[in-house]
Design a protein around this ligand. Structure first.
Ligand SMILES: C[S@@+](CC[C@H](N)C(=O)[O-])C[C@H]1O[C@@H](n2cnc3c(N)ncnc32)[C@H](O)[C@@H]1O
Length: 297
């Protein structure tokens, strides 16, 4: 077993860093022996991906996400870590000694540049560096876009943000070297997943109520119909013999009679695990609530 060394290189909404200890207890036994492949179709910041990469030697790994800028960052980090790191070191040197007012000016200039570059299909090192820079210096490490698809998170107030965690970036780059990285819908994983594959699905959560809705990671919402289609897909790959774990919110936090997800996943094992996150947009109600961990085996 390799020594643990990598962690997510971006902070991501819905990141599973705090739940990783609970999730890893559910990894299929024998992972690394009988399981030769891993897929994470909603990769986001990849908390589970990096835990798996730290521990197991697998033959094939597949990740995807619909967020094109995030996927560009994974690809640039895999293919061209040196240029990415030197750009980030340059941003760090320029930013870190500035006064608050000049930091503000610098941040909003970089945000504008990021939005100007967005939507280009080509692999773009500058856009990848900007995504990491903005993620490290913005308010709360959020990735949020407006209705025009423009990244619109304001500056955060970190005194010494870690803009370039060079060691981690280099370890991640090396570990990604034989990972298949796909920009697009989770269903594109269909050809990859077979009976020797462990798959972790971490979709945008079903909102607990109207105000807690935070499903706009990209321009597309993930509504109840999308949740039902995903449940169908998960059933299909698990019928094929794949080992599947999925996360979602627990509707019963706010409505004990809401069986929507229990019904969609009635053929699977549903665990209710304790998590610490906001029930609604009011930070004062932050506390322990339960989340679903759905397991096919
Ligand atoms: C809850 S987050 C995943 C968080 C991740 N597990 C982590 O630790 O950071 C859900 C991710 O799904 C992506 N997404 C939304 N719709 C998708 C779709 N149809 N197919 C694939 N990814 C999608 C979003 O861009 C977002 O990054």
């Amino acid at each position: 077993m390799k020594e643990k060394r990598m962690k997510p290189f971006v902070k991501w909404a819905g990141g599973k860093g705090q739940l990783i200890d609970t999730i890893k207890k559910q990894y299929p036994k024998g992972l690394g022996v009988t399981i030769r492949k891993y897929a994470e179709p909603f990769v986001g910041g990849g908390a589970v991906l990096f835990d798996i990469l730290n521990k197991y030697e697998l033959d094939e790994i597949y990740i995807s996400d619909t967020n094109a800028e995030l996927i560009n960052t994974y690809k640039v980090l895999r293919n061209n870590a040196d240029d990415l790191i030197s750009m980030l070191l340059q941003y760090k040197d320029e930013y870190i000694h500035l006064s608050d007012d000049f930091r503000k000016e610098y941040y909003y200039k970089k945000r504008k540049r990021f939005n100007d570059l967005k939507c280009q299909e080509v692999l773009d090192t500058e856009m990848a560096s900007l995504l990491i820079f903005l993620n490290r210096t913005c308010f709360n490490g959020l990735y949020r876009v407006n209705s025009k698809g423009e990244y619109n998170v304001p500056i955060g107030s970190y005194k010494t943000p870690l803009i370039c965690d060079e060691d981690n970036l280099r370890h991640v780059s090396e570990a990604l070297s034989n990972v298949t990285i796909v920009c697009g819908d989770y269903r594109k994983s269909n050809d990859f997943v077979d009976r020797n594959t462990f798959v972790y699905f971490d979709p945008p959560y079903r909102p607990l109520n109207a105000t807690s809705s935070f499903t706009a990671y990209t321009e597309n919402a993930f509504d109840d119909e999308a949740q039902a289609e995903l449940a169908n897909y998960i059933q299909q790959v698990s019928d094929r013999g794949a080992y599947v774990i999925a996360s979602n919110s627990d509707p019963k936090n706010t409505d004990p009679d809401d069986d929507f997800l229990d019904e969609l996943y009635s053929k699977m094992k549903i665990m209710r695990i304790s998590a610490s996150r906001m029930i609604n947009s009011n930070a004062s109600s932050r506390g322990k609530i339960s989340e679903l961990l759905i397991c096919s085996y």
